[in-house]
Design a protein around this ligand. Structure first.
Ligand SMILES: [Zn+2]
Length: 460
């Protein structure tokens, strides 16, 4: 037998350890892991000597081509490919007629799924979707089985913004999602506290960006997380808290995890690597909701990743132009920042080089845990029979991050000028090289929509 590709001579990194081995790939799948002598011959050999061979990163939290992001599927997936992210989960929005929305009339969740799948026809890497429930219309409950059948097995709910849900409606949604054994995904910030402080700061003329994090305090995040996690626990629903930023919120989730229930959560690369001194440095550019917090909260993210309370690191990627950010008062600025292209190297550098974690830890929180949490059974690891979604990373190459290199349409980087050691050299999706040395080489349209299974959380 002759296989298509062998990745030869690298150090294979999985969530459980590292070994020097080669990987044989055929028809998009890993068909063998061993030495060059034990593996079949290949049409093409990729030399990985001196490189780490890791599963591609899986980013379960991104915003592409909707009201929160100027990226197209092509530009965002290009950034993902260059940065070593081989799959991501975007949001399929239920249309709502409102100020922040982009629709003239209400729509269904299933229409939201179809709309994003059309945009996804230009994807370079694989993607999936969370259904985002944006209106308090009980009709959505009847749609849930159909949405699950379409391969969308998680449902996002917000406590804040005009599409935020009241606890009452959210509680009903949680019960419905629990009946299907699906996953609830939560943005938690107490809206009345955030809105009230924002109004106060507006009246007091506190428009400098340093006031932004004070308008959305850590305790408001912890309060809403407590409510949502408690409702999930009552209903027996799988709870996934997105973008945990602070010690107070992580402590609450840890409290609910004590009884062995199904409470999981992520943090993002920026909450692990940046603190609120950045507002003085970069103005509104790093305005993300919830905000980048204090240095002690950065420490708390690593403590809680280490003890497993937080189990995933995502980007919350949103792409913006500079003029959407560079406005006089922070409350007129867009919220969010792009990171798909740099998340893996920035987090790798922070965790491994600056804090002494192993490359396996990075694989665990950026590949294996997101795949396990969201039912991506073919992805997130390097095992015979799984998709050959692979990143070759040079652990010794040092470079400086700059927005000049952005493949995303975003016009800035919150990591501008940051020196990192560890660079993505090649990214393969299902055995095909889609990015090489910082350049996209894959074809738009190669990326596929992944129908996700209902995940089994008892194995974790
Ligand atoms: Zn988000």
């Amino acid at each position: 037998m002759v296989v298509e590709t062998i990745i030869s001579g690298g150090t294979v990194v999985t969530a459980t350890g590292e070994t020097d081995a080669s990987i044989a790939i055929n028809d998009g799948k890993i068909v063998g892991i061993g030495t060059d002598e034990t593996l079949p011959d290949a049409t093409e050999t990729i030399d990985a000597s001196g490189l780490l061979v890791m599963p591609g990163a899986i980013d379960p939290h991104v915003h592409i081509d909707d009201m929160f992001s100027i990226d197209s599927y092509e530009s965002a997936t290009g950034a993902a490919a260059v940065g070593g992210t081989t799959s991501y989960i975007d949001f399929a929005w239920q249309a709502w007629d409102g100020e922040m929305g982009i629709w003239d009339e209400d729509g269904t969740l299933l229409e939201g799924v179809r709309r994003k799948q059309e945009k996804g026809e230009n994807a370079l890497v694989d993607y999936s979707l969370h259904g985002a429930i944006a209106r308090e219309d009980p009709d959505v409950f009847d749609e849930i089985p159909d949405v699950i059948n379409a391969g969308v097995t998680s449902f996002k709910m917000f406590t804040a913004y005009e599409f935020g849900l009241s606890n009452g409606f959210m509680n009903r949604a949680i019960q419905r999602i629990a009946e299907e054994d699906a996953v609830g995904v939560f943005h938690t910030e107490d809206p009345s506290i955030c809105d009230s402080l924002t109004e106060q700061f507006k009246e007091e003329g506190k428009g400098d960006p340093e006031w932004y994090p004070k308008s959305r305090p850590d305790y408001a995040e912890a309060m809403a997380a407590e409510d949502a996690a408690r409702m999930a626990l009552e209903a027996g629903m799988k709870y996934y808290g997105i973008h945990t930023t602070c010690r107070k919120a992580a402590d609450i989730l840890e409290y609910f995890q004590d009884d062995g229930s199904m409470i999981r959560a992520e943090t993002c690369t920026h909450y692990c690597t940046l603190d609120d001194s950045i507002f003085e440095e970069m103005g509104n550019l790093p305005m993300i909701a919830p905000p980048i917090r204090k240095p002690d909260d950065v420490e708390a993210m690593f403590e809680h990743l280490h003890n497993g309370c937080l189990s995933v690191v995502s980007t919350d990627h949103c792409a913006y132009r500079l003029d959407q950010k560079q406005v006089e008062n922070w409350w007129d600025s867009a919220f969010g920042a792009n990171a798909l292209q740099v998340s893996l190297p920035v987090f790798y550098d922070e965790a491994v080089n600056r804090r002494g974690y192993t490359p396996s830890f990075v694989v665990q929180v950026m590949s294996t845990n997101p795949a396990d949490t969201f039912g991506l059974s073919q992805k997130g690891t390097l095992e015979t029979g799984t998709d050959a979604d692979i990143v070759l990373m040079d652990p010794d190459e040092t470079y400086v991050i700059t927005a000049d290199d952005n493949v995303s349409k975003a016009e800035f980087s919150i990591y501008e000028g940051r020196t990192v050691t560890g660079r993505v050299k090649k990214t393969l999706v299902r055995g095909e090289v889609v990015a090489e040395d910082g350049e996209v080489v894959g074809k738009p349209g190669y990326g596929k929509f992944i129908e996700r299974e209902i995940p089994d959380w008892n194995t974790h």
